[in-house]
Design a binder for this molecule. Structure first.
Ligand code: BGC
Length: 729
């Protein structure tokens, strides 16, 4: 490797290569590394295209539909025709799959099985890398959500910080691999933890709105999932649109530098959210592009997404306003990740036929497994489920989502939308599961063509359609009604002021219930909805969420008992929108014995709590045993509980460990999750589930956001089914 520059020599350390390359770069070349352009299906004026020629020195491209061949063609120019040959890093929002679509992340949270998320992220990475030329996904979103009106809860793993942290780490391992050196392997891509931090606290659930939360909330809820993702090795973080204590996150040095790098040792780079640097003018921070660049780069936001805000960097350096040291710091972070990904050695992706890289049988089977483990059975009166196909001679399939592939795919479906013709619907799959039955399909409402509008506007109540559905129901032994919201009613910029069912669906359920036929509700949605009165009319309710490419298959496997529901809610369902926020790890009420609301008399608490979910079998919990009381900092406490399947079917039970701190100098949540484990048990089988807690796990949140251990009484509960109290001196 004589005469080869150090930065091109893979035998040299990443740090030596970064230093060597930086030394050779002009200010213009450095500035370009901090910019991300877009390409493909999009209307951004900065898009690469006729009006905005491709600059091969650009740091990153957000690729949309460019594809592997286009990526390689552009990359070739960057690598082979520029002075230094620095490869471009190609980013895209691969959120729950590329061409194989997995359940939306909120549904994945309900599986309480992060190992499935790790596997599905691995498949997504392999597919998007080979088929789309993507090296970097803007995922996982690990924001703790308390307000189901906010459309973006669907992108995260629910309301619990601990659970979100476990899923964050799993997703990072799936995309990147388990060891730092895995990143170089073909089909591994960089993960991006987003949106840092507190975006989900937008007031009123209105997307892009102001956020105001205490330092306690920041430390207790919003930061821990990010910390878990950083500790799992995430190489990039996206700063958020919102403010943290009045300072926009993209210009927030305390978050981007002191916490992220100082406290957690993050060594990758931070990208802004789309246009967030220029949007500082909307937040009345500053309309001066120079101030915007200086504030964001100075705070530790290294790359600007999509709006060319950092084009003024060379002038700012020349004017002596931006220290070269600050510029170099940001550029070094971007280059480091490119070296770690092996982009300098392997800048191109193989252009293989799609059948060889996407929607492989094993990937689709995994999608089915994920969808099965995410669905949550919330009601099953009289054991109406599972249905025995042999006993069903006529089946009425009703509702706006019985024949909608898009309702299974949800939002941020990436290239999966091109596959929607390949996504079987509930109707398509029904015959396979009820071979001897006559199946009738009736939507029961008039559904519009545009799934991007609010569900209530999408569906129109229609008397004739309801009458047809009722006639089909009368002829049937069982009626299955598919309710919920369109695939794009949740997601970015999809907040709702109400989370009820549409009037059309309410009217449909009323009419179907009046037939007296067994009525099974399947709900396809990307958020918690609140319709307790209408749900009373259903005999069973299975919450499918948006289950992806094999959502329909999984639904029928669960309905017919080929599989046993095992999902548990990762987010609390309110009874009514006025109850929001309602979440499990709230602080205790100061007084009891009083109704929470005059107009919800006797109906205190949520419609369905965090952790809710039924099974076709029953589980018995033994006593919670504390094997070793903790006496000093070294001694860990061990807890265990024996869980037995006492029913006649095999099934999986999730043991959720809750800790309650009963005595502390500042108030603590009534309980918080400190562990969980999902165990599969054959009928009659039992397993002992264990938990190890360190002294720091017992530490109480203080008013200043630090955690401090305080002696006193605690309670540890296993799924609220068994618990034990203990004292720690
Ligand atoms: C979203 C991000 C996303 C980005 C790029 C933004 O509007 O907030 O989550 O990664 O667009 O598509």
């Amino acid at each position: 490797m004589k005469n080869v520059p150090v930065y091109k020599n893979p035998k040299k350390s990443v740090e030596a290569r970064v230093r060597d390359l930086l030394r050779r770069m002009t200010v213009e070349e450095k500035a370009a590394q901090l910019m991300q352009r877009t390409i493909g299906r999009d209307v951004n004026p900065e898009n690469v295209g006729p009006d905005h020629p491709f600059d091969p020195t650009v740091g990153s491209i957000l690729t949309f539909t460019a594809g592997a061949a286009a990526r390689n063609a552009f990359q070739r120019i960057a690598v082979e025709e520029t002075r230094l040959g620095i490869p471009i890093i190609w980013g895209y929002d691969v959120i729950h799959g590329w061409r194989t679509c997995f359940p939306v992340p909120l549904a994945q949270g309900c599986s309480f099985d992060p190992s499935l998320t790790e596997k599905s992220c691995r498949v997504a990475a392999e597919e998007c890398w080979a088929d789309g030329g993507v090296d970097w996904t803007f995922s996982p979103m690990v924001e703790v959500g308390h307000d189901p009106r906010w459309g973006r809860n669907v992108e995260g793993y629910g309301e619990d910080p601990f659970t979100n942290g476990r899923f964050a780490a799993a997703a990072v391992r799936g995309y990147q691999g388990r060891r730092p050196s895995d990143l170089k392997k073909p089909g591994r891509i960089a993960a991006c933890l987003k949106h840092f931090v507190g975006y989900s606290a937008c007031e009123g659930g209105r997307d892009y709105n102001y956020t105001d939360f205490s330092v306690r909330a920041l430390r207790e809820w919003y930061l821990p999932p990010f910390e878990a993702g950083v500790r799992a090795g995430a190489r990039t973080v996206m700063s958020s649109f919102n403010c943290v204590n009045g300072v926009p996150a993209v210009a927030n040095k305390e978050m981007l530098t002191d916490v992220l790098r100082g406290e957690w040792g993050f060594g990758g780079f931070v990208v802004s959210d789309w246009g967030a640097v220029s949007q500082l003018s909307l937040q009345a921070f500053s309309s001066d592009p120079a101030v915007q660049t200086l504030a964001t780069l100075g705070a530790g936001n290294d790359m600007d997404m999509a709006d060319d805000a950092f084009r003024n960097v060379p002038d700012l350096v020349r004017a002596g306003r931006l220290p070269v040291r600050v510029l170099d710091r940001a550029v070094a972070r971007v280059l480091r990740v490119k070296f770690e990904l092996g982009l300098f050695e392997n800048p191109y992706v193989p252009e293989l036929p799609r059948e060889k890289t996407c929607r492989l049988p094993a990937s689709l089977d995994l999608a089915a497994e994920c969808a099965r483990s995410c669905a949550v059975l919330l009601k099953n009166e009289g054991g109406v489920l599972p249905l025995d196909p042999k006993k069903v001679k006529r089946l009425a399939l009703v509702g706006p989502y019985v024949d909608s592939p898009l309702a299974h795919l949800g939002c941020w479906r990436g290239m999966c939308s091109e596959e929607h013709a390949e996504t079987p619907t509930l109707f398509d799959e029904a015959a396979r599961f009820f071979p001897g039955a006559k199946i009738e399909l009736e939507r029961g409402v008039v559904a519009g063509a545009n799934e991007c509008v609010a569900t209530a506007a999408y569906e129109k109540p229609d008397r004739a359609a309801i009458a047809r559905a009722v006639r089909a129901a009368r002829r049937a032994d069982v009626v299955v009604v598919a309710l919920g919201e369109t695939g794009r009613s949740s997601g970015e910029c999809r907040s709702r002021r109400d989370i009820c069912l549409s009037p059309a669906q309410e009217a449909l359920v009323d009419a179907l219930a009046a037939t007296g036929k067994p009525l099974v509700g399947l709900v396809l949605a990307g958020r918690p909805l609140a319709f307790p009165k209408t749900a009373e009319k259903l005999d069973a309710m299975l919450w499918l969420w948006q289950g992806g490419s094999r959502g329909a298959q999984a639904a029928w496997e669960l309905v017919t008992g080929k599989a046993n529901p095992s999902g548990r809610l990762a987010m609390t369902f309110p009874r009514a929108v006025g109850q929001i926020p309602v979440y499990y790890n709230a602080q205790p009420r100061c007084r009891t014995g009083y109704d929470e609301y005059q107009d919800l008399v006797g109906e205190n608490g949520p419609w369905f709590p965090f952790g809710a979910g039924l099974s076709y079998t029953t589980f018995e919990y033994g006593k919670v045993r504390l094997e070793c009381a903790m006496r000093n900092a070294q001694c860990a406490m061990k807890a265990s509980v024996r869980v037995k399947n006492t029913g006649k079917r095999a099934g999986a039970e999730t043991v959720i460990w809750y800790l309650s701190d009963l005595e502390s100098t500042s108030t603590q949540p009534a309980r918080r999750v400190v562990g969980f484990e999902k165990v599969f048990l054959e009928p009659g089988a039992a397993e002992t589930v264990r938990l190890a807690l360190k002294r720091k796990d017992l530490a109480a949140m203080q008013p200043d956001g630090t955690r401090r251990f305080e002696p006193g009484a605690f309670e540890l509960s296993a799924s609220l089914r068994a618990s034990a109290r203990f004292e720690v001196p």
